[in-house]
Write a protein that binds this ligand. Structure first.
Ligand SMILES: Cc1ncc(COP(=O)(O)O)c(C=O)c1O
Length: 488
């Protein structure tokens, strides 16, 4: 299986790099425990700094639960055969604190993936935990048939983070559900049915969103009609390089040649996450939004992965392209890991749902919305957007320096804490270095650093840490990548 979300690779993939050997091995395990025994950290060898985990004042409680083998056996017996895990030797994560995770042996890992760009405030942030616990103790569930202040307070706070016309919030339980709802509302509002999305985009795994997704590895062989996939404005692999306006012309062509001339919506991420951290070429969205509006359609910004300050320069990633969407969808970082999604739109568009009854049992649940409000407050209180910008830029600079050192690194891209590193065996041909990517990922884990993997060829590292990541963490991550790539 290729191109999997979160870089979660299928078992076949995990086995695919056999033969490369365990190139880090014992040294890596030393690095990971180096804090305890003071071994080797920070030494330089052949221009490569041996990675040293920054100190962190927290010890998780002892773990007395089932072993990796016992969990794997139950997974095999009782869970879907479609489940896959990231590493050759699966990791049993039992505790989390800020930007760190701990396995069943109490070993600490720097989390450079954040539960797939979800844990923005840091693992088990006390303010978010407190909000969840307090609300759970008082009232866990009621449905919107009764009044409750948690949902109303969060809706108000969330709307204040968006352009002023976008002030109606509809809560869902996931990103897929948010995008499904947004697509349906666009169809109802416009009376049209054609959707335009991007090749290499990812929007979810239900009927409409799987159709809008533009990567075969995420599309089952079921009917997914009504979507046209435009050329991806991918500065690294795309046919027009970084010329956003040239790619935009393809959307106009699709409207003219592939539809009645009217469309329901255009939906896109501004930085594609699952697709391997591809930031749309500059200047792309303004002409596309203009073409879509002329064709009577709505513009949907999928902020499921890149929203909530992750990109550092902006709170929402669409802002970097200077556009205003008609609908914004969100999930992941909205609740720091609690199941929550949202669609935010204008009152006029939201009104289409009054034509019938729309109901969602858990949508806007008091516990989830209390968590969401706490998340917004933490982002503000701890200046996490600024941190994503400053530390993310530093991290990108260091990764770019690594690209200049190793031929195998073909591209470094993204912004803030949404960064991608693409490995290729041939820079000219851009041949995906899939086995090497899997191998380095595994070796970095042995050194104590967790990052993700994605892209349709599974050859892109995805770096999307909690937004409290420090400069020292960035150094450790890059040193671990440097060390692992140097041995490959
Ligand atoms: C951009 C984007 N949209 C939508 C989704 C779907 O979200 P969920 O997995 O919560 O259904 C994802 C998930 O990775 C995503 O990255």
């Amino acid at each position: 299986m290729e191109g999997v979300d979160g870089g979660e690779e299928g078992v076949a993939d995990a086995e695919g790099d056999e033969g490369l050997g365990d190139l880090v091995g014992d040294e890596a395990r030393l690095a990971n425990t180096g804090e305890k025994d003071g071994a080797r950290g920070g030494e330089e060898e052949n221009d490569v700094t041996f990675p040293k985990m920054p100190p962190f004042d927290f010890s998780p409680p002892p773990y007395n639960g089932p072993t990796v083998d016992e969990i794997m056996a139950k997974r095999k017996a009782y869970l879907s055969p479609s489940l896959f895990h990231l590493y050759k030797k699966p990791l049993n994560v039992v505790d989390g604190k800020r930007q760190y995770l701990f396995d069943d042996e109490g070993r600490r890992y720097l989390d450079g993936f954040g539960g797939i760009a979800t844990v923005g405030c840091g693992h088990c942030h006390p303010d978010v935990v407190e909000a969840i616990v307090n609300q759970t103790k008082r009232l866990q569930h009621s449905t919107v048939l009764y009044l409750n202040s948690a949902i109303a307070d969060f809706a108000e706070a969330l709307a204040s983070k968006l352009p002023s016309d976008l002030n109606v919030v509809l809560f869902t339980n996931s990103g897929t559900e948010a995008n499904e709802l947004a697509l349906m509302m666009a169809k109802l509002y416009t009376g049209s049915h054609d959707i335009i999305s991007l090749r290499n985009g990812y929007h979810g795994n239900a009927a409409g969103t799987m159709g809008a997704t533009g990567q075969s590895v995420w599309k089952y062989n079921v009917v997914q009609s009504g979507t046209h996939h435009a050329l991806n404005p991918d500065p690294y692999r795309g046919v027009f390089g970084s010329d956003g306006e040239k790619y935009a012309k393809d959307v106009q062509d699709l409207i003219e040649y592939g539809t009645s001339g009217n469309v329901a919506a255009f939906v896109s991420e501004t930085i594609q996450g699952v697709g391997g951290i591809v930031e749309l070429a500059p200047g792309y969205l303004p002409p596309v939004y203009s073409s879509i509006k002329k064709a009577g359609g709505l513009c949907i910004a999928d902020e499921v992965q890149a929203g909530f300050a992750r990109t550092g320069s902006h709170f929402w990633s669409f802002e970097a392209q200077g556009v205003t969407p008609d609908i914004v969808t969100m999930a992941k970082g909205i609740g720091n890991g609690i199941p929550l999604g949202a669609v935010v739109t204008t009152p006029e568009i939201a009104k289409v749902l009054t034509r019938r009854n729309y109901f969602n049992t858990f949508g806007g649940n008091p516990v989830c919305t209390a968590a969401g409000l706490a998340v917004l407050r933490v982002i503000e209180k701890e200046n996490l957007q600024e941190n994503a910008h400053v530390v993310g830029s530093y991290l990108k600079d260091r990764l770019t320096a690594l690209k200049n050192k190793y031929e195998i690194i073909g591209d470094v891209r993204g912004r803030g804490f949404m960064l991608g590193v693409e490995l290729v065996t041939d820079r000219q041909q851009k041949t995906p270095a899939k086995a090497e990517t899997a191998h380095v990922l595994d070796q970095m884990k042995e050194l104590g650093v967790l990052i993700g993997r994605g892209g349709i060829y599974s050859n892109v590292f995805r770096i999307t840490p909690p937004l409290c990541f420090t400069k020292e963490d960035a150094d450790f991550l890059v040193d671990a990548m440097d060390y692992s790539v140097s041995k490959t």
